[in-house]
Structure formats: C-alpha cells, structure tokens
Design a protein around this ligand. Sequence first.
Ligand code: COA
Length: 372
Amino acid sequence: MIQPAITGSGVFTPENIITNDELVVAFNAYADRINAENADAIASGEMEPVPHSSADFIVSASGIEQRFVMDKAGVLDPNRMFPHLRARSDEEPSIMAEMAVDAITKALAQAGRDASEVDLVICAASNHERAYPAVAVEIQSLIGAGGFAFDMNVACSSATFGIQAAADMVRSGSVKCAIVVNPEICSAHLEWRDRDCHFIFGDVATAVVIEPQANAKGAHFTIHGTRCATEFSNNIRNNNGFLRRTRDQMEDRRDMQFMQNGRKVFKEVLPMVSAHILGHLEDEGWGADSLRRLWLHQANKTMNDFIGKKVLGRTPEPGEQPNILQDYANTSSAGSIIAFSKYSDDMQPGDRGVICSFGAGYSVGSVLIERA
Ligand code: COA
C-alpha cells in the first residue's frame, strides 16, 4: 500500500465582509417592513410580529463576528434578503468552479505541482450549482488536469469524506495527484429572513492536494488514518431538489433553504463527534495527549470548546484548537480546512493533529495527520 500525504492547501476568501452589526441592521429593517405590512394581522393576533435580531446574541450564541460573502448588496437589501449573483452563460466558467480554481492554484503552488500533474479532482461541497455536468469535471478542464473528476455532497462533512476517498485512491495506486476542493456558497441556501439562523453561514473555497508521501516535494502531512460515519437525522435539512417542479412547489418556501433544530443538533452531534474522534485515536494507537492540534468544523465556538475539552480531557491551550469562525462564520465543509490551512505552518516534524468535520446527515469525518 502507498502512504498518502497532504502536500498542499489553499483558501479562496471572497472580497465582501458582512459584520454582525450590518447584518442586524438589515434584518431589523426587514422585520419592521414585514410588521408594518401586516400591522392589522398582528394587531388582531392572527400573526406574530417578526422579532428583531441582536448582534450581542449572535456573538454570545455562536462566536461569529462577521462572514465573507460572494454578494453583499442583495443580502443586506431589506426588500430582497438573499444574494444577487450574476447569471452566466453556459460558455462562461461557473461561479463554484471559479472559486475552486483560486483555492486549487494556491494549494498546488504549496505542493510544488503543476495542474497538468493532477489526475483526480473531487468537488466536495454541501450544494452544487447544477445537477450535471459535475462541477468537478469543469474544474478539471479549467485547470488542465488529466484523469477524472466527480462531485460529492456530504453537507458539512464533505471535505473529510472527500479526503478519505482521495487518500484511499492514492493508497491503492489508482491516482497519483488528487485535489479535494470545497467551494461553498452557503449564502445562497441560507434563509437570511429567519433570525434563528441568519447569522450562521459565510462563503469560501478550500482545497487540499493529496499525493503519495514518496512524491512530496516539500513540507507535508502524512495521512495516518481516515474515518467517516453517518446516522440519519432530519434536524439539519434542505428540501430543495429536482422533484420541486413535479410537486408544484416552485413558490418561495421556507424549507427550500437551510433549516435546523439548533438545540437538538447541539445535543446530539456533540457526543457523536467526541466519541468518533476518541474511537479513531484509540484504534490508531494514538493517545489524545499526543495531539498537538485539532482543526475542527467551524459551526459554533461553544461546540468546539466542548469537543476540544472532551477529546483532550482538559481545556485546550490557546492555539491547540484554532477557531476561524469568528471571521468566516460557518462555511460548511470548508471550515476545518480553513483552520488547517491557516494554522499548520508552525507544526514541527512528528507533531500530530486531527482534522474533523461534522454536520447534516448526521455525518462526521476525521483525518489523523502527522507533520513529516
Ligand atoms: N437575535 C436575538 N435573539 C435570538 C436570535 C437572534 N438572532 N435568534 C434566536 N434568538 C432567541 C430565540 O428566539 C430564543 O428566545 P427564547 O428563549 O425567548 O425562546 C433565544 O434567543 C435562544 O435561542 P436558541 O435557538 O435556543 O439559541 P441557542 O443558544 O441554541 O443558539 C445556535 C442557536 C443556532 C447558535 C445553536 O443552537 C447552534 O449553534 N447549534 C448547532 C448549530 C450547528 O452546528 N449546525 C450545523 C449546521 S451545519
């Protein structure tokens, strides 16, 4: 068996930032508009008024301070409340592919590889902008890669599931230079008109290069093990899909965007993730005390603090479990890879860490790596 390694990583960050204050001003203006339009129904008790959001609540409940988005104006327009993305002809690169190419270019530069050497592209994300052809195949063409490409979707766990698939193919010898890329336009499937979740998501793209360790040209991380698990739950769900027209559901419906029961997710996913990481470490013969770093899925600061403490058996020291969610919010599958990409340069040979993502499905994936 061939030993796989992560030899490069890259992040594409959109230009536009929305702070919590900006978000809340727009949301409250929207709420005031809806309440004014429905003043009679509210006065007669037929309808509940839309309550205001609060920046203080957002920071204390989630740790999120701002998010990057592909379009800011549409999201902050109280008469619209979702992004406006320019329509593109079929001859133009699609927007997900464009974001992906930026992240891949950075990851390949770190690995010291030319795109022509790539023989696998997995576009692993929580939503894809069309059914077919696969966005991954378009990315393969845009960068000039060989081999083959495919899309996969395991919601927030897409990145680690993609890494497992790519690492297994490198291990077996069927591919030599794999890309796992995660372009996430979460702003397009977030319901910005729902105060319970309007602050949760942001946009980004991340990429990693996976190759046989023996081929690595520079500093890299040995992939010691990967583990994926799923367990069905409706607590994070989006009903949008290709049957929508057949069901006469083309109207603006709440369930066509992200829905979650946040409290239940919190309660059910935390034990699942902690047990998953601890079981993976034990089976690999790694003590938790041998971990230098945890690069966790970036959904909620309290959640990450809890998982870090459970896995390490103590409160993580500063830097042991880096969070990026204060700047990026939840970027679905990309979150743990942003943390890895931004906080791994200082790892010394022999330092070990775990990349872990989790979310809808439920799903959880862990990747045990060691700086070579
Ligand atoms: N501004 C002000 N108040 C708000 C608010 C907002 N934007 N959103 C909700 N509230 C209110 C609620 O209405 C509720 O009021 P009540 O107590 O009078 O009923 C109160 O604040 C608490 O709301 P709740 O939803 O219970 O907050 P929470 O502490 O559970 O935090 C989440 C909400 C979403 C941040 C949290 O549940 C979470 O992070 N869950 C897991 C998310 C996750 O990982 N999802 C995976 C997605 S991939």
